[in-house]
Design a protein around this ligand. Structure first.
Ligand SMILES: Cc1cc2nc3c(=O)[nH]c(=O)nc-3n(C[C@H](O)[C@H](O)[C@H](O)COP(=O)(O)OP(=O)(O)OC[C@H]3O[C@@H](n4cnc5c(N)ncnc54)[C@H](O)[C@@H]3O)c2cc1C
Length: 496
C-alpha cells in the first residue's frame, strides 16, 4: 500500500472502527460521527498533504523493503540532511493543525522508528519490533499509545491494586499469543486511529512482583474485547464561533482490554520488569522530542501571531508591558527553534551510520514547554483581558436587529467588527474554552509528570561534567594562590 491519502485512511477507519463509547452511545462509524468526524477530516488532510507536489522532495521516500513511497516520519536518517527532511515533514503537518493535534500520526511513527533502530533492546522480541515497524510504515497506519495506568490507587504498585486486573496484565498464554486484561490511559486520538501501541510507564518503578504487568505489544483498535471510553468531546458544531474546537479536538480515551488476544508476533516485551524499567535506553525521545518540539514551535508561533494581531486591532500593542509579554512568547519561540537546530547539528552517527537527533536540547524544550505553554495562555489572559469575554455569543448576531450595535461597538481601531470578532474567537478557543483548557493540561503532561521528568533528565541523568569542571577550575584558584604564597614568602611580606 505505501503512503496513504486521506481517502485511504478514512476508508480503512470505516471498515475497522474502534469500539468507542461516548457516554452511553457506542460509536459505530467515527468517520460519520459529528463529534469525531472533524478530527478524522483534519487527519485525512495530513495524509493528503504528504502527497502535495510542493512538498514532494521531503514528505515521502522509498521503502527499502517494498520500493513503494512511504512517509518521512518513518525515515531512518543516514545523514543530517535526513534529519532536516524529518523536520520539514513534522513542520508541514504541524502547520496544518496550527500545532493543535499533538498526536498526529508522525508522533508514534517517530517513536516506532526509534524502536526499530534500537530493536536489539527488545532481545527475543527484536524481530517482532522490526516486522511491526515495517508493517506500520508500509501500510502508513495511524497509531495511538497507552502507557499510564488508570488513576485508582497511586500509592500502590500494580500488583496491589484493588482488583488483580485494574492495571493491564497478562491473564494467560495460548499457543498463538497472550490474553490481556485491564485498563490503560490515555489513548489520545484512539477513537479515530488504526492501532494501539502499549507499554507501561510508572512513576513508581515496578518490581519483580509486578512481572505480569511488564508487557508491551500492539493490536488493531478493532480487536474484539478492546473498547475505548472517551472523555467528553469538546468538538463544537460552529466553525464560525469555535474555529479551532470545531476542527481539531483530538479525542482522548481510556482503553479497556477485556480479555484481548495478542498474537505472539505482536508482543514486544513479555513479563520483563527489567526491560520495562530501562526502556529509556531505546532513546525514542530523540525522535519524539524532535517531533514534539517542532509542533510546539508552530503552536507558539500561532499564539504569538494571535497576540500580535489582536493587540494591534485594539492598539494595546503600543503599551510597553504588552510588548514585553509578547516578546516573552517570541523568546520561547526562538529557544525552541534553536534547540531543534542544535539537536540536528550535534547529532552523531551510531555504529550503523544512523543519525538520532541529539536528545539533550530536546529534553530542555520538553522540560520548558510544559511550563511555557500555561504561561503563554496566562499572557493571553493578561493581554486580551476582557476582550476574551466581550465577543458576541454567535456570528448570527450580524443577521439580527442588533447588527448595527455590533458593527459600532465591536469594531477595532482600524478593523471592522467582523474581522475583529474572527480573530478573538480564535483566541477564545485557546484561552478560555474547555478545548483550550485541555491544551494547557496536554502541554503540561503529555510527556509525563513535569517535576519527575525534569529531575530525571535535567538533573539525575544530566551530564554534569562541564558545570563541575568550571567549579573545579574556580576552586583550583585557591590552591594556586596558596601555592604561590608558599613559594614567595618575601613577596607576601612586602605586600603587607
Ligand atoms: C490531554 C492529555 C493527553 C494525554 N495523552 C496520552 C497518550 O496519548 N498516551 C498516553 O499513554 N498518555 C497520555 N497522557 C497521560 C500522561 O502521560 C499522564 O497524564 C502523565 O504521565 C501523568 O500521569 P497521570 O495523569 O496518571 O498523573 P499521576 O501520575 O496520577 O499524578 C498525579 C499527581 O500525583 C503525583 N504522583 C503520582 N504518583 C506519584 C508517585 N509515585 N510519587 C510522587 N508523586 C506522585 C504527581 O506528581 C501528580 O502531581 C495524556 C495526558 C493528558 C492530560
Amino acid at each position: 500500500m505505501g503512503a496513504r491519502k486521506g481517502i485511504d485512511y478514512i476508508q480503512r477507519l470505516k471498515e475497522h472502527p474502534p469500539e468507542t463509547w461516548i457516554g452511553k452511545e457506542k460509536v459505530t462509524d467515527p468517520t460519520a460521527h459529528p463529534l469525531i468526524r472533524p478530527a478524522v477530516e483534519a487527519t485525512a488532510r495530513l495524509y493528503d498533504v504528504q502527497w502535495a507536489e510542493e512538498h514532494a522532495s521531503y514528505m515521502l521516500h522509498r521503502s527499502p523493503d517494498t520500493g513503494g513511497l512511504v512517509g518521512t516520519s518513518f525515515l531512518v536518517p543516514r545523514s543530517k540532511e535526513d534529519l532536516y527532511k524529518r523536520r520539514l515533514q513534522s513542520l508541514i503537518w504541524a502547520q496544518q493543525t496550527f500545532g493543535l493535534m499533538g498526536r498526529s500520526p508522525d508522533f508514534l511513527n517517530a517513536m516506532l522508528t526509534a524502536w526499530y533502530i534500537n530493536r536489539d533492546f527488545f532481545g527475543p522480541y527484536a524481530e517482532n519490533v522490526k516486522k511491526y515497524y515495517e508493517y506500520v510504515r508500509d501500510n502508513d497506519l495511524f497509531l495511538t499509545h497507552v502507557l499510564i495506568d488508570p488513576q485508582v490507587d497511586r500509592s500502590k504498585p500494580p500488583s496491589e491494586q484493588p482488583d488483580e486486573y485494574t492495571y493491564l496484565g497478562v491473564v494467560r498464554e495460548t499457543d498463538g499469543g497472550i490474553i490481556v486484561r485491564g485498563a490503560k490511559m490515555l489513548a489520545t486520538s484512539g477513537p479515530y486511529a488504526d492501532e494501539v501501541l502499549v507499554w507501561p510507564f510508572h512513576l513508581r518503578k515496578p518490581t519483580e512482583k509486578d512481572y505480569k504487568y511488564a508487557i508491551s505489544f500492539a493490536v488493531p483498535l478493532d480487536t474484539p474485547g478492546l473498547r475505548l471510553i472517551a472523555r467528553e468531546p469538546y468538538t463544537r458544531s460552529s466553525t464560525l464561533d469555535h474555529p479551532l474546537a470545531a476542527r481539531f479536538d483530538e479525542l482522548d480515551a481510556v482503553a479497556v482490554f477485556d480479555d484481548v488476544f495478542v498474537p505472539w508476533e505482536r508482543v514486544f516485551i513479555y513479563q520483563d520488569v527489567e526491560r520495562v524499567n530501562t526502556i529509556w535506553k531505546v532513546n525514542s525521545n530523540a525522535f519524539t522530542g524532535h517531533q514534539t518540539s517542532i509542533r510546539l514551535l508552530v503552536k507558539l508561533q500561532f499564539l504569538a501571531g494571535l497576540l500580535m494581531k489582536g493587540t494591534e486591532m485594539v492598539q494595546t500593542n503600543q503599551f510597553p508591558h504588552v510588548q514585553d509579554m509578547i516578546g516573552e512568547v517570541t523568546t520561547y519561540i526562538e529557544l525552541v527553534r534553536a534547540a531543534i537546530i542544535a539537536s540536528e547539528a550535534t547529532a552523531e552517527p551510531n555504529a550503523d551510520g544512523i543519525y538520532m537527533p541529539n536528545v539533550v536540547p530536546l529534553y530542555a524544550v520538553r522540560n520548558s514547554g510544559n511550563r511555557w505553554y500555561p504561561r503563554v495562555i496566562e499572557i493571553m489572559h493578561l493581554v486580551f483581558a476582557g476582550g476574551l469575554m466581550y465577543q458576541p455569543s454567535s456570528f448570527d448576531v450580524f443577521d439580527s436587529p442588533i447588527a448595527d450595535d455590533i458593527r459600532k461597538y465591536y469594531r477595532g481601531a482600524t478593523v471592522s467588527a467582523e474581522e475583529k470578532i474572527r480573530l478573538f474567537k480564535l483566541a477564545q478557543d485557546l484561552a478560555i474554552s474547555d478545548f483550550g483548557s485541555r491544551h494547557v493540561l496536554y502541554e503540561r503532561f503529555y510527556a509525563g509528570d513535569p517535576m519527575f521528568l525534569r529531575i530525571q533528565t535535567q538533573y539525575s541523568a544530566y551530564d554534569k561534567r562541564e558545570a563541575l569542571a568550571l567549579v573545579e577550575r574556580a576552586l583550583a584558584l585557591y590552591r594556586e594562590e596558596e601555592a604561590a604564597k608558599a613559594e614567595k614568602p618575601e613577596a607576601k611580606e612586602m605586600k603587607i
